[in-house]
Write a protein that binds this ligand. Structure first.
Ligand SMILES: Cc1cc2nc3c(=O)[nH]c(=O)nc-3n(C[C@H](O)[C@H](O)[C@H](O)COP(=O)(O)OP(=O)(O)OC[C@H]3O[C@@H](n4cnc5c(N)ncnc54)[C@H](O)[C@@H]3O)c2cc1C
Length: 457
């Protein structure tokens, strides 16, 4: 029987830009999380906004799920098309449309990769700061939709703080421009902030205007500690002293050991803070001096400046690859990454909680994260062939999230709710979830956009 949807899609984007082959469907069925893949029915590479508008209007009329996909590097199932339907691919939308150095902004297509954007911006002396650890695969569209943060977010803010304007296509095919290119605006409801972090459930983003920052003077260092609690305490003390490092990342000894093996590095296998200082040469010197004193008071056993580009790259490679190292070197295990954020004074407790819960449930836990903004990633490593261990791994995360919420934190700082944290939405937001659902219905009354994400049903 002819497939009317396939015929329609071919008529809109051309036969070469639609696929129903097993290989293409499989390649678009998963992300980097532990969640099982789910095959879409159609994989589509749209070429312009008008095509997207026609596809959405058709999908809305026929109640066909549509899930957008960019880099596919999400960590909680965010782009997995759990109800099948159409996957709309954006990784070919990788152009910078405009750079306006005098206004410190750029306009980009959503599929451009973070590193590639910054590489091209560097010739203007500008950069887009958040720096997710997945900087070499994450796209701007994915970062906007997951509300991504990263290694520079403590000093500069997260993706949300940089999105000035968006072009979006709504579920019924309407095309909107929301926001403005002004540095600030008090005009009407802030739809831009609503779309940031919406995980493709409110509309499809086709263009992003980003605010930029000037590239600062940078100096980096490793501070090694005897215990992970000392390292976490130092992070909290640095912030309490009013220092705002360009980056402050924590890794426990197990994580460093995995990163060393995976990346072929030789970092000391002890808990550490990876620090970057940004500013003018004199402000950087001053900050380094103060931080050295603070970390020494917290038991730092070795302070190792990373002065050359090669040294800095080694350090950042370890941190960027931390999760992939844990995952790839434990292929026989379910490796699940958590993403809680707590008020900074609770950061040392958060690290201790993660390890204590691992012990309680008999599941190995590695911790690392963006210590500056109170974000801790706990990787649970649960053996598939040990009955009950994957479930106990889940329990570690569930208890850790409940604890984070009890101290005023959040279930997710940057990976989004996706599939894995839906059960905590009500606990975190209470009756506000009903308002979120109403908003979802307003934008997407027939529930075609990335169904199954954020909300439990
Ligand atoms: C090793 C590793 C380290 C990581 N470190 C970090 C980190 O430090 N900080 C962080 O925030 N994240 C991190 N992540 C998670 C992930 O990389 C980010 O969330 C990233 O921003 C996702 O981008 P992507 O292009 O891969 O998006 P995808 O995974 O393709 O999609 C993300 C979400 O956006 C939606 N979407 C994509 N494009 C569009 C569009 N055009 N319109 C509407 N919806 C769209 C998708 O449906 C999905 O819900 C890490 C991941 C890995 C594997």
């Amino acid at each position: 029987m002819p497939d009317a949807t396939l015929e329609f899609l071919r008529s809109v984007v051309g036969a070469d830009n639609v696929s129903v082959t097993a290989a293409d469907r499989e390649a678009h069925s998963l992300d980097e999380s532990h969640h099982p893949p789910h095959l879409p029915d159609y994989v589509v590479w749209p070429e312009n906004e008008q095509q997207i508008s026609r596809i959405l209007a058709y999908a809305d009329e026929h109640r066909i799920p549509v899930t957008a996909r960019s880099g596919g590097s999400s960590l909680d199932g965010n782009p997995i098309p759990v109800f099948g339907g159409i996957v709309l691919c954006f990784y070919r939308w990788d152009q910078i449309l405009e750079v306006r150095p005098e206004d410190m902004l750029c306009v980009v297509q959503p599929g451009i990769i973070y590193d590639e954007l910054n590489r091209k911006l560097s010739k203007y002396g500008l950069f887009f700061p958040p720096a997710p650890a997945s900087h070499d695969v994450a796209t701007i569209g994915g970062m906007v939709n997951n509300g991504s943060g990263g290694m520079h977010a403590f000093r500069y803010g997260v993706t949300r703080d940089y999105v000035l304007q968006l072009r979006v296509v709504l579920a019924d095919g309407r095309i909107l421009r929301i926001g403005s290119q002004a540095a600030k605006s008090a005009s009407g409801y802030d739809l831009v902030r609503l779309f940031v972090g919406s995980e493709g459930t409110l509309g499809i983003i086709t263009e992003v205007t980003l605010k930029l920052r000037a590239i600062p003077e940078i100096s980096a260092a490793l501070a090694i500690f005897p215990t992970v609690s000392d390292a976490a305490r130092a992070a909290s003390e640095i912030i309490a002293a009013g220092i705002v490092p360009g980056a402050m990342e924590l890794m426990d000894a197990e994580t460093v050991a995995y990163a060393n093996r995976y990346c072929n590095l030789t970092l000391p296998e002890s808990p550490m803070l990876v620090l970057e200082f940004h500013g003018t040469p004199s402000s950087v010197r001053e900050e380094v001096g103060i931080v050295k004193e603070i970390v020494a008071e917290c038991g730092c056993s070795q302070y190792q400046p990373a002065t050359t580009v090669a040294e800095r790259e080694q350090v950042w490679q370890a941190r960027s690859q931390a999760h992939m190292a844990v995952k790839e070197l434990n292929r026989d295990c379910v490796v699940t990454i958590g993403d809680i954020v707590v008020p900074i004074s609770k950061y040392p407790d958060a690290v201790a909680q993660a390890h204590a819960l691992g012990k309680k449930y008999g599941v190995r836990v590695c911790t690392f994260g963006h210590a500056g903004d109170g974000n801790i990633h706990a990787d649970t490593i649960a053996r598939r062939d040990v009955p009950g261990e994957p479930e106990r791994g889940h329990q570690v995360h569930a208890d850790l999230i409940r604890w984070a919420l009890s101290v005023g934190g959040t279930a997710t700082g940057e990976h989004g709710i996706g599939l894995g944290k839906r059960e905590f939405l009500e606990i975190e937001h209470g009756p506000a979830v009903a308002v979120m659902r109403q908003m979802k219905r307003l934008f997407d009354p027939n529930g075609i956009l990335n169904p199954g994400k954020i909300f439990m049903d």
